[in-house]
Write a protein that binds this ligand. Structure first.
Ligand code: SF4
Ligand code: SF4
Length: 383
């Protein structure tokens, strides 16, 4: 995958005109809205409408950000635009009534209903082979993800990757948490959603973010930025840089990189600050110096292992192992890239001139490396 660009636009308040100018600057820094949509496309703009309530609590995408996107689409001549989300509580209409924007202020866009579901088979899914999407998702040509910068109990943060869970219809979302019972499996299902739908542009509202007990009950905190990218993993990684959180500890990041929906490594991401004076590429440290907050309340500790995980670790020792047939290996690194284990269970520990090697103590036997190897150089067999 080539280098991903994440645009960071400073913005200090939810003044409608200032937000519009900032959103426009961010999209223009990525090449303009025409890079992402055609004017005849059926477009679904997907904010975070978690639940109805007061915008000052930072639970939902601020309506000024969603409105700015709708205005830019309208100015580009797009006339087939819907906006909405399938919320955790209440209907899309209920949330729009409080978290907005109202249809009368939506620059000709229609509020999506988001209450009817369509079973959508997805044979290429790694973890999930079918989704109950809302009708508007299946009917759209392209989706624009307008997410909120927040903490999350299961995944540590919720940003671009997690926000597309709202494409799943209503009560099905709760059932999904049962079906995908831990943070890693759940993250892999989210990555399948990204692989399945055509979501080309991600915008994160981090003017006022949420820290602490997110995603619904945390504390608003000024972060004063809007982020823009076509890569949801790179965007969430930059969010991590801003709050001094190791991006590898976020399952939606590590699994997102492993399943190929985006980049997590520092040298694979270009960070550009776009101010009214112009654009400048910065390092993650320079970004942090300007906008970062090391006191942002988010889970930074390494995960503890539950009894079931300990049992599962013992069981994996008796599972079949992946092996590399060195003669067939072209040292492309695809297996390393797709290993979902934080810190990698397969690496070029002997240098890139040699075939990768396994660390079987870390290997969870998911066999993604074997599945992804383009040269069929990996086989799976008993010890
Ligand atoms: S993906 Fe296959 S060919 Fe590429 S480095 Fe890994 S084992 Fe070798
Ligand atoms: S089988 Fe092991 S080494 Fe291969 S991708 Fe899965 S965890 Fe990584």
């Amino acid at each position: 995958m080539s280098k991903s660009k994440v645009i960071v636009v400073p913005c200090f308040e939810y003044d409608e005109e200032k937000v519009y100018l900032s959103v426009k600057r961010g999209i223009d820094a990525l090449g303009g809205i025409e890079q992402f949509v055609n004017i005849n496309d059926k477009i679904l703009v997907k904010p975070n409408f978690l639940s109805p309530g007061d915008n000052s609590r930072a639970v939902t995408t601020n309506p000024t950000v969603t409105k700015a996107v709708l205005r830019i689409l309208n100015e580009a001549g797009c006339r087939n635009v819907k906006y909405g989300d399938s919320p955790g509580h209440g209907s899309c209409k209920d949330v729009a009534a409080t978290a907005g924007p109202l249809e009368s202020e939506a620059y000709g866009a229609t509020l999506a209903d988001m209450s009817s579901e369509v079973l959508f088979p997805y044979e290429d899914g790694i973890t999930c082979k079918e989704f109950y999407f809302t009708k508007e998702v299946v009917e759209s040509d392209v989706i624009i993800n307008v997410c909120k910068m927040k903490t999350h109990a299961l995944e540590r943060i919720t940003g671009a990757v997690k926000n597309l869970y709202g494409l799943i219809c209503g009560f099905r979302k709760g059932a999904g948490h049962v079906k995908y019972p831990n943070d890693t499996i759940f993250a892999r299902m989210l990555c399948d959603i990204h692989r399945c739908v055509n979501c080309k542009l991600h915008i994160m509202d981090g003017i006022v973010a949420m820290e602490g007990n997110g995603p619904g009950s945390g504390t608003p905190i000024n972060m004063n930025v809007l982020l823009f990218s076509n890569d949801p993993v790179a965007m969430d990684t930059v969010f991590c840089y801003l709050i001094d959180l190791n991006p590898q500890l976020v399952p939606t990041n590590s699994q997102g990189a492993a399943t190929g929906i985006g980049n997590i490594e520092e040298d694979e991401i270009e960070i550009v600050i776009a101010e009214d004076t112009g654009c400048v590429t910065v390092s993650k440290d320079e970004l942090f110096e300007k906008f970062g907050n090391a006191k942002y309340d988010v889970a930074r500790q390494k995960p503890k292992k539950s009894f079931l995980q300990c049992f599962s670790i013992v069981m994996t020792k008796f599972s079949k192992r992946p092996y590399i047939k060195k003669a067939d290996c072209v040292k492309c690194g695809v297996c390393v890239k797709h290993c979902p284990v934080p810190g990698k269970a397969i690496s070029f520990a002997n240098g890139k001139d040699n075939a990768p090697v396994y660390d079987y103590r870390k290997c969870i036997r998911c066999y993604c490396c074997q599945e992804m190897c383009p040269k069929h150089a990996i086989s799976v067999r008993g010890k």
